[in-house]
Design a protein around this ligand. Structure first.
Ligand code: FAD
Length: 649
């Protein structure tokens, strides 16, 4: 999917009692009779809510046109007020011109539901393209908001929608959002028995809904509108969902996760938030003792001129991580620093040319400064307290943290997770009842219909695939006492070729080596030398110290062939190769029932762990997917099979 730069909403403020308007569309955001009153009458009432969501586990609403968020706020308030509310409310909404946070704050400062409006304003993301997940009520209310054109984003959504709120500016003023192809796209997302409501009774809207498989009726309208449209999804034919994207439905909602590093703990957290009971089986007694046991690591986004899958996944993940980690930090001790990170850019044609190219990329993609800024070396030096010679990407939401603290916080904040340390899974067995996880004596450690292999490289030993697209890349870090003469002290984490963290607990961490195919677990002086040389290149200074005195740590990154994580149901290799079998897209590749992979976190586990886990949890539970479909394809565990088939043909 090609990324489109986001143009924020231009909002005209009128007299106090008048609704704000959008000059670009020549329309008001809501009727003068009240945004929340309209939401309650047209969208909640028109979809027979709250009655229809009662006693449901999850209820999903989809809205065309987020506007200023009043329909979301009214729905959230109705959910809070209802004693029989669903366990989880997912509100999915698309908006081409989202409001800036300042506008939202100004418009909502005397809101009818002030406590909810204030939370929405506080969580409002930087206006970067595509999907953002905002989480409220301890994860029970989710707003999945997509910034961009609906015709581009709607086909990229994976969700099963119970109620549609068709809003947006009037069909005559904003025909795109009411286009019959958009309305048809709703049918693809509709759950059995889904309903829709809109204040519009325009003929093309009603006809479009009928064509999309809805039975439409008129109902009394709101305010000055005599009538509105309500609809029920009753299609003559609904194509079945493709196998690979089917949630693990009909099963009792419990899963076993193998591996208690960042991937396993994040997977347990994400599934628990979807109401699943999880057991985490881990060889070590405590979480995050292997690669995730590093004393510190960086998290931040990525910018590249093409804005390909790698940059997009990193952007969504970094913004999501910054929000989620801020919430986790409020209740848990997580060592780290959260107020920005610098990533130096190489400058083969000089610093000025590099900075100009960086700024041109930001301008072309209209990436907002709350996400990333291109800054000159002098500015980077001022922020970091170092003497830097290269321009830098400054990520205000980036930082560093101790991964084991994060892993523990994820487990501690997830209801219904059982930690089973000291349990090494030696084998897997499948029968009609599901999966058995075996120890070295072939004794059953656990049984489950759903198993997630989050055990890094060891997943290959359990699966024995014919092709394993993930390599082990050794990395050694170096730690020095912060009193070491000549050691630079950074105020912010700085990365480039190598990285340097600010002093913490009397130590300064720098690193790291990158050594594919190297299995040596011992600390090597040559690698400390390499790290200090990198440090000197990074910030022009490195201490002269006896290498034998240095501390450090060795770990192995799991790096996939395309440097993206590996997520989703495991390929059923025994079902490959049938005559005329279609395998050119991951969605056609046959999978093993109930067996999922979550690995390949490379050197980005801190940034990716949570978003990747939520993609996995959506896959398993059927919740709306937090990334666009093409991005999910890009991380799908079956992509290597379909790619090989495409290359061969
Ligand atoms: C030197 C170095 C520097 C890094 N720097 C950064 C950084 O700055 N930022 C960043 O984001 N990332 C960084 N990373 C990468 C990051 O550490 C990883 O992406 C992340 O830790 C991977 O987490 P994981 O859970 O997939 O793997 P692991 O942490 O290795 O967890 C896998 C777990 O599975 C368990 N296990 C394995 N087999 C079994 C079995 N059969 N039964 C039960 N349990 C099993 C293991 O004991 C282990 O606890 C760095 C990595 C290295 C090596």
């Amino acid at each position: 999917m090609k990324t489109e730069p986001i143009q924020p909403a231009r909002i005209a403020y009128t007299a106090e009692a008048q609704p704000p308007s959008a000059p670009a569309f020549g329309d008001i955001y809501h009727p003068a009779a009240g945004a929340l009153a309209q939401a309650r009458h047209v969208f909640l009432g028109g979809n027979d809510l709250p009655r229809r969501w009662r006693r449901r586990d999850r209820y999903t609403v989809f809205e065309t046109g987020f506007g200023l968020g009043n329909n979301f706020l009214a729905t959230w308030q109705a959910w809070r007020d209802d004693a029989e509310r669903p366990q989880r409310l997912c509100f999915v909404s698309l908006e081409k011109h989202p409001p800036r946070r300042d506008d939202l704050a100004r418009l909502h400062h005397r809101h009818e539901v002030p406590h909810l409006a204030a939370q929405l304003v506080a969580a409002w993301p930087p206006l970067t393209p595509n999907l953002h997940t905002l989480s409220f009520e301890g994860g029970r209310v989710t707003l999945l908001v997509g910034f961009g054109d609906i015709t581009r984003l709607l086909p990229e959504l994976s969700a099963e929608v119970d109620a549609f709120f068709l809003d947006g500016f009037a069909p005559a003023k904003n025909p795109d959002i009411w286009d019959c192809r958009v309305l048809k796209g709703l049918g693809r997302l509709a759950a059995p028995g889904a309903t829709a409501a809109t204040w519009s009774v325009a003929r093309p809207v009603r006809d479009g809904l009928v064509e999309a498989g809805f039975r439409v009726e008129r109902a009394p309208g709101f305010g000055s509108k005599r009538e509105m449209t309500v609809a029920r999804f009753e299609p003559r034919f609904q194509p079945p969902r493709l196998g690979a994207w089917q949630p693990a439905a009909g099963l009792e909602r419990s899963a076993v996760i193998v591996g208690g590093g960042l991937a396993g703990c994040a997977a347990a957290h994400a599934l628990a938030l979807q109401g699943w009971q999880c057991s985490v089986l881990e060889t070590h007694a405590h979480p995050a003792q292997e690669t995730s046991g590093n004393p510190g690591g960086l998290f931040h986004g990525v910018v590249n001129p093409q804005d390909g899958a790698h940059a997009r996944f990193n952007r969504t993940a970094a913004l999501h991580a910054a929000r989620a980690y801020a919430a986790l930090r409020a209740g848990h001790d997580i060592a780290g620093q959260w107020d920005g990170l610098l990533r130096l850019e190489s400058a083969p044609d000089g610093a000025d040319a590099a900075l100009a190219a960086m700024q041109a990329t930001l301008d072309a993609q209209a990436l907002p400064p709350e996400y990333v800024q291109a800054i000159a070396a002098a500015d980077a030096s001022r922020r970091s307290g170092l003497s830097l010679r290269l321009p830098a990407w400054y990520y205000p939401g980036g930082g560093w943290l101790r991964p084991s603290d994060l892993a523990k916080a994820l487990l501690a904040s997830a209801p219904g997770v059982t930690w089973r340390g000291g349990q090494r899974v030696a084998g897997l067995r499948h029968d009609a009842d599901g999966w058995e996880l075996l120890d070295a004596d072939q004794q059953v450690l656990a049984r489950a219909a759903v198993v997630v292999l989050a055990n890094a490289h060891d997943a290959a030993r359990l699966l024995r695939p014919t092709h394993w697209p993930i390599s082990r890349v050794r990395g050694q870090t170096t730690s020095l006492p912060d009193t070491t003469p000549g050691l630079p002290h950074a105020r912010l984490p700085v990365a480039g070729s190598g990285y340097l963290l600010p002093p913490h607990g009397g130590q300064v961490l720098c690193g790291a080596t990158t050594q594919p195919g190297d299995d040596d677990a011992s600390l090597r002086e040559a690698d400390h030398r390499y790290n200090l040389d990198q440090l000197a290149r990074l910030c022009g200074a490195a201490p002269q110290v006896p290498l034998a005195s240095l501390a450090g740590r060795v770990g192995w990154r799991c790096v996939s062939d395309d440097r993206l994580p590996v997520i989703g149901p495991v390929v059923d290799e025994s079902a490959l190769g049938a005559p005329r079998q279609r395998l050119d897209h991951a969605r056609y590749v046959p999978r093993l029932p109930g067996l999922y992979l979550y690995t390949g976190l490379a050197s980005r586990g801190i940034t990716w762990a949570l978003l990747g886990a939520e993609v996995l949890a959506a896959w398993i539970s059927g919740a709306p997917c937090p990334v666009e479909s093409d991005l999910r394809d890009a991380v799908d565990a079956a992509r290597f099979v379909s790619r090989a088939v495409r290359r061969a043909s």
